[in-house]
Design a protein around this ligand. Structure first.
Ligand code: AP5
Length: 212
């Protein structure tokens, strides 16, 4: 299945995308994880993306579209994929359509801003794998270390509160209009899911909505 996951920063897209990819098969494609890997590897793309990510702004469309066009044709996407953080602008959605890639469903996760800030403030990540924890809602077995490798967990650079507020504003202006864009596409299932429940309950709601 080809699924687009929409929703504001910190709503739980990455958390749910891992579970949906496991449930329905296919790849989990997170543009945020891909960009952070470029940064870590000191690539030219990483260097160009850094200033935008640090400011909580979107990385320019041409860079993102080129990156995704190269990724989405990889063999692990043949059985389907869950797009987490892409598309984020109308130009990105149009590029996807022009590449002949039609989603089977759109899932739009929603949550109020205060809950989002609380989720992001408590988020800890394992940089090498992208595994995501929350100090309260999804803690690691042992504080501050990754369950699988025992390596330290960190806070993302863009998870400072002022950057989070900037990311939320960018989301409302540039990404939220995608909901209407996809709702207007006849024959494309669009599911708006309130994501305030615990992680397992949100997963159940999404899987039920997708008929899985
Ligand atoms: P990206 O990494 O995509 O960040 P984001 O969209 O802001 O989303 P997040 O990763 O912050 O949150 P999430 O929704 O995945 O939530 P998570 O599952 O971690 O992008 C980063 C930057 O890269 C952007 O700002 C931009 O600069 C650039 N970028 C990326 N894509 C781009 C694009 N297409 N175009 C241009 N620029 C792009 O959950 C959050 C926390 O909550 C975790 O701790 C988790 O454990 C916890 N949690 C999750 N669900 C629940 C629940 N139900 N109950 C309680 N806690 C929960």
């Amino acid at each position: 299945m080809k699924i687009i996951l929409l929703g504001p920063p910190g709503v739980g897209k990455g958390t749910q995308a891992v579970r949906l990819a496991a449930r329905f098969g296919g790849a989990h494609l997170s543009t945020g994880d891909m960009l952070r890997a470029e940064l870590k590897n000191s690539t030219p793309l990483g260097a160009r993306a850094k200033e935008f990510m640090d400011a909580g702004e979107l990385v320019p469309d041409d860079l993102i579209i080129d990156m995704m066009k190269a990724r989405i044709v990889q063999p692990d996407c043949e059985k389907g994929f869950v797009l987490d953080g892409f598309p984020r602008t109308l130009a990105q959605a149009e590029a996807l359509a022009e590449a002949g890639i039609a989603p089977d469903a759109v899932v739009d996760l929603d949550l109020d801003d205060d809950a989002i800030v609380a989720r992001i403030a408590g988020r800890r990540v394992h940089p090498a794998s992208g595994r995501v924890y929350h100090i309260q809602f999804s803690p690691p077995k042992q504080a501050d270390v990754d369950d699988e490798t025992g390596e330290p967990l960190v806070q993302r650079d863009d998870d400072r509160e002022e950057t989070v507020r900037a990311r939320l504003e960018v989301y409302r202006k540039q990404t939220a209009p995608l909901a209407a864009h996809y709702q207007a596409q006849s024959g494309l299932p669009y599911h708006h899911i309130e994501a305030s429940a615990p992680i397992d309950e949100v997963t159940e709601s999404v899987i039920n909505a997708l008929g899985g």
